[in-house]
Design a protein around this ligand. Sequence first.
Ligand code: GLU
Length: 486
Amino acid sequence: MAEKMIRTRFAPSPTGFMHIGNLRTALYSYLIAKANGGQFIVRIEDTDQVRLVEGATDVILKTLEMTGLDYDEGPGVGGPNGPYVQSERKDIYKKYAEELVEKGYAYYCFCSQERLQQLHEENEVGGYDRHCRDLPKEEIERHLQNGDPYVIRQRIPLEGVTSYYDEVFGEISMENKEMQDQILLKADGYPTYNFAHVVDDHLMGVTHVVRGSEYLTSTPKYVLLYDAFGWERPCYVHLPLLMGKDADGNVSKLSKRHGAVSFQDLVAMGYLPEAIVNYIALLGWCPKDNCEMFDLASLKQNFSIEGISKSPSVFDYQKLNWFNSEYIKQLSDEAFAEKVVPMLKEACPDYVDVKKLAGLLHTRVSTLNESVEMVDFVVNRLPLDPAAYTNKKNKTTPALCREILSEVTPVLEGVEDWTNDRIFETLKEYAAQKGVKAGAVMWAVRVAVARKSVTPGGATELMEVLGRAESMARIAQAIEELAAEA
Ligand code: GLU
């Protein structure tokens, strides 16, 4: 018999931004399908109307688009198993819940909110006391005929153990008495997540359920539902926890206090979607060889469930920076300029040649936004400590630099074509004539022009970026300052 095609799904609840953990779930789910010639489905789980956040679905879909996780079925794309938004499927679930009532795997519960509230106050962890589990038939009929509000609850066996096999964590077992008679259908007619996702995964032909390990211990309840319906259970692939490093060296669940944790925030900070995808692919999955650089195409070829680890993964921002700088270096100069020139234009005075400036930054930044941070000295004339003129290697002192700067002023004024090459030639000739190292001249000029000693780009490149007027004005200012010091 031909093997069944793998079908996975990403089933986010639109309750806020796109957390890195959600994106990893989407990515792994996508890759498990695509590495095996399978299909990937997106389903929006919005039955908890109270927790909905406006715009969240758009953010989720936009993230999938930006990261290249295209789906075979889902919102916007459609497909034979739609609709793919649970609130639009509301009418589907009731009959399944009623089927379970008929078969004895679920029951009507007419308990009032007040009663449940009181139960909760008396025993916070006790949960529901199964009050309606064995109501006499006539009483149930009477309630229904009266139109009394009700929920439908799962009838969990009181004894025995429920087990299932997880592809990552192995055999998971739970005593049935540890489980609650959870609500399947709410009084407002909406199904709970617990129920809706099981029905939908079955109806949509999902073969592999891929999600975070926080669902490991609720899955026994879900497999009981599959069994009750007589449906084939899917394969379960629970992903390891994502942790962040705390200030005290310990780790805890990755959250905002560790840094940006949403895809959108990372992008806004200047991380490239490709770099984020590459990095999070490795947060819980270990490739067979030691290779670390994976674009989506190579992930699709190499990803395997066997490589998923069950130990928690720690999100390391420095490692992400490394990936990002590698991906930035791989961009063409044009592509890099296209991304940073708008930021540089906004930050820099008009006379700055921002395209040339982008060229100096390309191999030196680890995030796009760092470009702006790195050019503080272009944006403003920074306060300068004259000690910066002293450089052992080039044998410069403030006094020598002052002399050099005064002498090169008329020489530079004579440069017709204000380009890096021309300025460089001119300064080299001057150094040769004066009998000092070219390095000494470059040092003096760079410190004067940049007003700091560590800069992206050398003296003449910076002069080209700043333009003739600003460069000469900075040199004049430097001469004055040095004279005042002397
Ligand atoms: N809607 C659930 C969530 O966002 C999905 C969990 C699952 O994949 O089953 O956490």
